[in-house]
Design a binder for this molecule. Structure first.
Ligand code: ASP
Length: 334
């Protein structure tokens, strides 16, 4: 399955893939868990550090950097652009001390995850956005990449323009007809997006997480989803556990999604049940709306137990530890 089809409804083609039954594998450390099947090589990059007694914060950054280096529809500078044809990137990182850093809407920086880490480590702030984030990057030795779209992104954007007959203001107004969350839906009902979120526990038992994305493809310029928001797209509490999300970011933000998952774990829920409860919060608020969207959460607790849950069928996670290295399909609500 390709993440760009994630928000489409049900029947996402996973039936053809023989995925292991959920959940398997004993609680263990170190361990790294990431969103999607594209998480497998990301985990491998993180595992190099984890398996050598490295720190989880270094491992999750290495994993995120790996995918930022690849051409992927929705992560890194090769990702799909916004409605104005500009790629804007969001990322965040959080460590075992609740140190956190984030960047949003940053342009032409190859490794937004490392920029987020720099915000975390060398400023008193948590988040920098847009032009300010780019300026901070350049002051800190990051280089400005080309503004050109990758060949894939150029092609996808061209097709999107043909389909939508894009005219800035009129098109936004027209899309209101499709419902309150219409900006994410194209005229044919499809959606393009992707996010890499990963959480890890190192051999010392410390938890960290990272998220990197170009966000929802063809979004309104300036739109920021859940991914770089601490408590929405990522949350780590070293006493309890860590969680990350993928899917329609606005819905995750509305329930402070990953913070909610970690709080459920604090109250004794297993990682899978905590993810399920968070999905239920979205679905119970508006079941009809929930039928048209997707959100998936994954979580890891302090014992090294993990789980995931989604609103719709199709959410998969990649898991790497001493005892396994494989993709699991999450259970789903609808
Ligand atoms: N959550 C991301 C966002 O809303 C999209 C994704 O998961 O791919 O920007």
């Amino acid at each position: 399955m390709h993440r760009k089809d994630f928000l489409k409804m049900g029947g996402l083609g996973l039936a053809a893939i023989n995925l292991p039954k959920w959940p398997i594998g004993p609680a263990t450390k170190p361990i790294v868990i990431s969103t999607w099947d594209s998480g497998m090589p990301v985990n491998a990059a993180a595992w190099k550090l984890l398996s050598a007694n490295g720190k989880s914060v270094d491992a999750v950054e290495a994993g995120a950097r790996y995918i930022e280096d690849t051409i992927n529809c929705c992560v890194g500078i090769g990702g799909y652009p916004d409605r104005n044809g500009i790629v804007t990137l969001d990322a965040c990182i959080m460590d075992e001390h609740a140190n956190c850093g984030a960047v949003a809407g940053v342009e032409r920086i190859k490794h937004p995850i490392s920029l987020a880490r720099r915000v975390m480590e060398s400023t008193p702030h948590v988040m920098l956005v847009g032009q300010g984030a780019q300026e901070f990057a350049l002051q800190n030795g990051f280089t400005l990449e080309s503004a050109d779209l990758s060949a894939d992104a150029k092609d996808a954007y061209k097709k999107w323009l043909e389909k939508t007959h894009y005219k800035p203001v009129i098109n936004i107004e027209k899309k209101k007809d499709n419902g309150p969350f219409a900006p994410h839906f194209f005229d044919d009902g499809s959606v393009n997006h992707d996010t890499m979120g990963l959480v890890a526990m190192d051999s010392a038992g410390d938890l960290s997480g990272a998220v990197t994305t170009s966000g929802m493809a063809f979004k309104i310029h300036g739109r920021v989803g859940d991914s770089p928001i601490i408590g929405a797209g990522l949350f780590v509490d070293n006493e309890i556990g860590a969680a990350t999300s993928s899917g329609l970011g606005e819905e995750v933000i509305r329930i402070c999604g990953t913070h909610t998952v970690v709080e459920y774990m604090r109250h004794g829920y297993s990682p899978e049940d905590a993810c399920k409860k968070a999905c239920e919060r979205i679905v119970n608020r508006d079941r009809e709306k929930a039928k048209t969207l997707q959100v998936g959460f994954l979580a890891l607790n302090k014992n090294g137990e993990y789980g995931a849950y989604a609103i719709q069928k199709g959410f998969v996670i990649s898991v790497t530890s001493e005892s396994e290295n494989q993709i699991h399909e999450a259970k789903f609500l609808l």
